[in-house]
Design a protein around this ligand. Structure first.
Ligand SMILES: C[S@@+](CC[C@H](N)C(=O)[O-])C[C@H]1O[C@@H](n2cnc3c(N)ncnc32)[C@H](O)[C@@H]1O
Length: 248
C-alpha cells in the first residue's frame, strides 16, 4: 500500500495535517497576515492547505510552498484556481532545507515539519534566512505534556530529548532571538478530530470500498494508527503553534 492510499481519506476529513481546527488556523493566519499583501512561504507545505487558507479572501497575498512530496500539488493548484488565486500560488517539489528564493518573505510557515530541518531551532534558522525585515514566522512543533514513557517513545520512534515541555520549548525559542506574539496550544478536541481522521475516516473508507485492492491494508493501517495514538502518545505529546517576530 502506498502512503497516499492511506492519507487520502484522512486528508479529506482533516485537510490540515496536524491537530488544529479550522478556526485555530484562521486565527493564526489573521495574526500573521495583518496587511493582506504579504508574500508567504510554507516550508513543508504538504498539500498546500495553509497557503490556500492564506490566499482565500486576501487578493493581495502571494504564496509559495515547498515539499518533498508533490502528490497533492495538482489538487492545491486546482483549488487555488477555483478561488481565482491560481497565479498567486507557486509550489516547489524540493527538500525545504535546500530551498533558496530570489526574494525574502513577509511570513514564513512551517507547521509539523521541523523534522525536515533537524528540529525546532534549525527550522527557525531556516525561516530567519527567508524572512523580510519586520516579518513573522508561524511554526508548529510538538512538546511533552508530561514525561514520555517507553510506550510513547516506541510508537513515535522518538527520544526523550526530541521535545521539551511547553514552557521550555517557548523559552528556547525566546533565547534564540524571537518574540512570540501569539500562540495556540492544541486542545484535546483538536487532537481528537485529527487522530480520528487518520484512524476513523481511513477505516470508514476501507469498509466502504471492500473491492479496492488496498482496502484490507488501509483498514490494518488505520487500526495500527489508532492503537499507537491511544496506547502511545495520547495526552503525552502536545502541539504548539507559535507566531513569532524577531527580537529588536
Ligand atoms: C505533518 S505534514 C504537515 C504538512 C502541512 N504543513 C500541514 O500542516 O498541513 C509534514 C510535511 O513535511 C514534509 N517534509 C518532510 N521532510 C521534508 C523536507 N526535507 N523538505 C520539505 N518537506 C518535507 C512532508 O512531506 C509533509 O508534507
Amino acid at each position: 500500500m502506498d502512503r497516499q492510499s492511506f492519507a487520502r481519506p484522512a486528508r479529506a476529513a482533516h485537510p490540515i495535517v496536524g491537530p488544529l481546527s479550522d478556526a485555530s488556523v484562521a486565527k493564526l493566519l489573521d495574526r500573521a497576515l495583518a496587511r493582506g499583501d504579504e508574500r508567504v512561504l510554507d516550508l513543508g507545505c504538504g498539500e498546500g492547505e495553509w497557503l490556500l487558507r492564506a490566499l482565500a479572501g486576501r487578493p493581495g497575498v502571494t504564496a509559495e510552498g515547498v515539499d518533498v512530496v508533490d502528490a497533492g500539488f495538482a489538487r492545491a493548484r486546482e483549488a487555488a484556481a477555483r478561488m481565482g488565486a491560481g497565479d498567486r500560488l507557486v509550489l516547489h517539489r524540493q527538500d525545504a532545507s535546500a530551498y533558496t528564493a530570489s526574494a525574502p518573505f513577509d511570513v514564513v510557515l512551517s507547521v509539523g515539519a521541523t523534522h525536515a530541518f533537524g528540529g525546532l531551532l534549525p527550522t527557525l534558522a531556516a525561516a530567519r534566512a527567508h524572512l523580510a525585515p519586520g516579518g513573522c514566522v508561524i511554526v508548529g512543533e510538538g512538546f511533552w505534556e508530561r514525561p514520555p514513557g517507553t510506550a510513547t517513545l516506541d510508537v513515535l520512534e522518538a527520544a526523550p530529548d526530541d521535545y521539551d515541555d511547553l514552557a521550555t520549548t517557548v523559552d528556547r525559542v525566546v533565547a534564540d532571538g524571537w518574540v512570540p506574539v501569539h500562540g495556540h496550544v492544541s486542545t484535546p478536541e483538536e487532537w481528537n478530530d485529527f487522530e480520528w481522521a487518520w484512524s476513523g475516516a481511513t477505516a470508514q473508507w476501507a469498509l466502504d470500498h471492500p473491492e479496492d485492492p488496498v482496502s484490507a491494508d488501509v483498514l490494518e493501517a488505520a487500526a495500527e494508527h489508532r492503537t499507537g495514538w491511544l496506547n502511545g502518545y495520547r495526552g503525552t505529546l502536545g502541539f504548539v503553534t507559535l507566531v513569532l517576530r524577531q527580537s529588536p
